[in-house]
Design a protein around this ligand. Structure first.
Ligand code: SF4
Length: 453
């Protein structure tokens, strides 16, 4: 739970404004600390005890945990709100594919290929799954370690090591420790043996309880031992329990500021659902209800894409429309006689226009004008898609060097900018008024392209 600046200032030394922290008064420094704009170490006069207390009070209510390393590192946690509309969700859940050491080599290869290759370009972003979970199920430690080695050599994707045999778990951790895997499960039965071994080579830790209550002493003990990169599994046995448990954990950490539950969570649709479709539905519930890692026994492109799109929709910032970069885009393989269309940079607008152009099979250029992520008509009304603004963009985006003709198509809804745009383009371009709706592109564009040729 965030602490107010007025509370922080009571803990500061109050030296008559020495300003050594870079702020004119202790109060100004306290306000900066509360808003996250300054760090505790800037005041050199804090005792270790106060410093530690402040660090604890100022820590995010749900800890940020990183799994994996390099470009494939996945960040989870650090969330600030229960509901997306209150502000925004921050780190989207890691969609994770399970591989058991009981699966044969061909199946393992197939799953590694899936995590590497199932990627979907979607309104300017690439959607993909994030992690592999490797499960010790065979009872043969060497088989499990061979699987871990094989996966480590085949992919840089981050790993979750699921293994109830503590020796095998830590040997597996040592094989891939440089990749910062999540080790799971640490339980009330193995925690005492596990703590020194975790500390020998720290990586994130998955803590499992049979209930939320059981998690609390476990996370407290780990924190006291200096192990804080934790991920919680409350042991939910079905979707109903999962939603209930995720809700309690989220509310306890964000509303009550209850530190022992202030960690991201992991959900296992692979273990609580009996068939593929139910597993996907359970996964969908976990996306909605705050799980930070969601483990599936399998997926293909048809089951994965809807989950990724659902995740994208929930984890985009509702305060800002999704936008694409300002530049000209190619659809197909356009040449110097291909049509040039212009539109605004709301991702949905761009996606609809580019899909409609693609469907005509007419190679074309789409010039996307930055308009703060607004649709064309709204952008025009807000003064972001005026003839002058579009003209300036067309001149600088380089499209003039790519085509020999000088005709540019504007959306029919902003036909009124035609004259102003032609003036802004020094009367070198003819501005053609296109369809009002993207559905009109299907008939308009092929005929227009024929004229250009
Ligand atoms: Fe106050 Fe510390 Fe800043 Fe000095 S350095 S003004 S004591 S907060």
């Amino acid at each position: 739970m965030p602490i107010a600046g007025s509370e922080i200032v009571k803990m500061l030394p109050g030296r008559k404004p020495c300003k050594d922290c870079g702020y004119p008064t202790c109060f100004a420094f306290a306000m900066k600390l509360a808003s996250g704009g300054a760090t505790v170490d800037k005041c050199p006069y804090l005792s270790d005890e106060v410093k530690e207390k402040l660090l604890d009070l100022l820590a995010p209510p749900i800890r940020l945990v990183t799994i994996g390393s390099g470009d494939n590192a996945v960040k989870i946690g650090n969330e600030e709100v229960i509901y997306r509309h209150e502000k925004t969700f921050i780190h989207s859940p890691a969609i994770t594919l399970l591989i058991s050491d009981k699966e044969d080599g061909a199946r393992v290869d197939e799953k590694i290929k899936k995590i590497e290759e199932l990627r979907f370009p979607w309104v300017g972003v690439e959607l993909k799954a994030d992690l592999l979970a490797l499960r010790f199920e065979s009872g043969d430690k060497n088989k499990y370690l061979a699987l871990v080695k094989k996966v480590k050599e085949s992919t840089d994707v981050g790993l979750v090591l699921i293994c109830e045999d503590l020796d095998a778990l830590f040997e597996a951790r040592d094989i891939c420790a440089d990749g910062n895997p999540l080790i799971y499960p640490i339980t009330k039965d193995n925690i005492d043996d596990a703590i020194p071994r975790i500390k020998a080579r720290p990586t994130p830790v998955g803590v499992k309880g049979q209930s939320i209550e059981e998690l609390i002493p476990l996370t407290t003990k780990l924190k006291d031992a200096g192990i804080e990169d934790l991920v919680l599994d409350p042991g939910s046995k079905n979707v109903l329990e999962a939603v209930r448990d995720q809700t309690y954990i989220r509310r306890a950490s964000l509303k009550q500021g209850f530190r022992p539950l202030g960690y991201p969570t992991i959900g296992f649709p692979c273990f609580i659902a009996r068939d593929g479709l139910k597993e996907m539905m359970a996964g969908s519930a976990f996306i909605n209800k705050w799980a930070a890692i969601i483990v599936f026994s399998d997926f293909d492109r048809h089951s994965l894409l809807p989950l990724l799109v659902q995740r994208l929709n929930i984890y985009t910032d509702p305060r800002f429309p999704m936008a694409v970069e300002e530049k000209f885009y190619e659809v197909g393989q356009p040449d110097e006689f291909s049509p040039v269309l212009v539109t605004s940079n709301w991702a949905l607008t761009y996606f609809l226009v580019s899909s409609a152009v693609e469907a005509t099979k007419v190679p074309a250029y789409i010039c996307v004008k930055e308009a703060e992520g607004l649709g064309v008509l709204t952008a025009w009304a807000a003064g972001k898609f005026t003839g002058d603004a579009v003209g300036t963009f067309i001149k600088k985006c380089g499209i003039g060097d790519r085509v020999k003709h000088r005709k540019i198509i504007i959306p029919g809804k902003v036909s009124r900018i035609k004259g102003e745009l032609e003036d802004a383009l020094d009367l070198e371009w003819e501005v053609v008024i296109g369809p009002r709706e993207t559905t009109g592109i299907a008939t308009f564009l092929p005929a227009f392209a024929k004229q250009l040729k």
